[in-house]
Design a protein around this ligand. Sequence first.
Ligand SMILES: *[C@@H]1O[C@H](CO)[C@@H](O)[C@H](O)[C@H]1NC(C)=O
Length: 328
Amino acid sequence: MASMKILNIFISFLLLLLFPAAMAELHRLEHPVNTDGSISFLVVGDWGRRGTFNQSQVAQQMGIIGEKLNIDFVVSTGDNFYDDGLTGVDDPAFEESFTNVYTAPSLQKNWYNVLGNHDYRGDALAQLSPILKQKDNRWICMRSYIVNTDVAEFFFVDTTPFQDMYFTTPKDHTYDWRNVMPRKDYLSQVLKDLDSALRESSAKWKIVVGHHTIKSAGHHGSSEELGVHILPILQANNVDFYLNGHDHCLEHISSSDSPLQFLTSGGGSKSWRGDMNWWNPKEMKFYYDGQGFMAMQITQTQVWIQFFDIFGNILHKWSASKNLVSIM
Ligand SMILES: *[C@@H]1O[C@H](CO)[C@@H](O)[C@H](O)[C@H]1NC(C)=O
């Protein structure tokens, strides 16, 4: 077994030397399931404001619900540090907005993060650095990667570089595009990696996580770029859920043409924009223009979703089921 592994590593290394682009593959992590085969986790987005704008209240309530649901980990949909990401690995915002805010015992689990557009305004590489994990061992952040559990597989996607406006419109912000340029190559690699990872996945439930919206009635609305490039890949590969932040609200939109559900959890701190756009009521299951977070519980046959406000009220509940033996 061990020698096979060494041989595989050696072959991968050789291929990497010969075809560097072809081999770029998503980093894969394994997260164990509970003894009953289930997982549960919280989803929060758009949060890091040193506890202000009710970030601390959201965090406190996450701690309570996290304990009740006995969560296994937390998923962060990005915009981890406002306004301009981290200045470097020693930026005290890391402690002030993360370590010292999410202090509840139930939240001392892995946090699987993606980068949002605000994170790209600072030192993006700092958030990806293993040094942060030394400071707080919950912290896991990569650009695009996979977290596999026996019951569901998570595909984290770096969505910020897809958005044209950060490259074209007024330069009132600067973005850290190191390792993202040339952009065209980077984006096509992300799409290729996502598509092949999804195609190879035999997971019962497939969940894709990104910062930007695919479907949203919120302030920013639906990302055209993701609608063109990412959505067809999700539909072709029978993805069950797309989780995102970016719009500072809680939202659930279903599709009329597929089982795919669009879940926005962007209520981690500053919120209350009050500018929801019209959306087809047949698809719009839930919209809350305020602060809070989402919880998901997953078994082989069932998924439960709940959205909570800062008082712990359940704002919206939804569930889906699949047969134990699926035909596909
Ligand atoms: C904090 O939450 C309360 C209750 O939802 C809300 O009324 C208030 O406006 C929020 N404060 C801020 C600064 O967002």
